[in-house]
Design a protein around this ligand. Sequence first.
Ligand code: AG3
Length: 281
Amino acid sequence: MQDWSFETLHADYAQALKIDRLIYDSETEHQRLRVFENERFGRVLTLDDVVQTTEGDNFIYHEMLSHVPILAHGSARRVLIIGGGDGGMAREVLRHADVEHVTMVEIDAGVVEFAKEYLPNLSQGAFDDPRLDLVIADGAEFMRGDGARFDVIIVDSTDPVGPGEVLFTDSFYGHARGRLAEGGILVTQNGVPFLQPEELRGTMRAFKALFRDWGCYLASVPSYAGGPMAFGWATDGEARRTPVDVLRRRMQAAGLACDYYTPEVHRGAFALPGYIRRLMP
Ligand code: AG3
């Protein structure tokens, strides 16, 4: 079919999005990048034909990977984002006035430049925020370093194919643990478990060996088809137990108005259906 974007991520299942208007199509040094307009989702960004984010539903993913760890932590000052070149994650993290410093490590300078120009709705000015330090580097290598520690680390990655693969290895998670401050929390993009069970299983096995409190939480993102997406959660602290009324107070104090995140959704997101719970080691 012409004028449709077919996703190539899974061997036996594909979603297609109608390309109402092709806005950009090119190869960067690392991957093929496309942006097109779809009537329902607005602008859609694909990397190697896999949907990365859309104007229409990115709020679900970005709110859940940022506000869950930040509000659970309660006093996050320093946040590290690995990946996130479109700027959507930085946008949500920077909504927290208490966050003093955000380091964002993106491997592909092309994505950032391009997102600023063709997807300004994603970053909404986040790249101009003086609290943001954008580093163009390999996230795995950055993690190996012994620089600053972070209260929250967010791995906003692609799927574990191509450049994103190293962000799903035991050694990467081990290095991430070493970069967490006391009580720090690591969260990760962990795929859609119905279609990518091994990806989640692998991460959970690694987390279990490394962290006192490990697991995952869920949210359904329409453009990541196939059921809920899993987000990995790992910490040596107690933040998972933060009660709903405390989350509510923190959310109010931060002046956050969200379209997906609520304190109740936050707590409920950790409830796992049987087929996902069975993937836990
Ligand atoms: N990165 C996550 C894309 C994963 C899509 N994968 C899938 N459908 N299993 C999103 C980047 C947004 N900042």
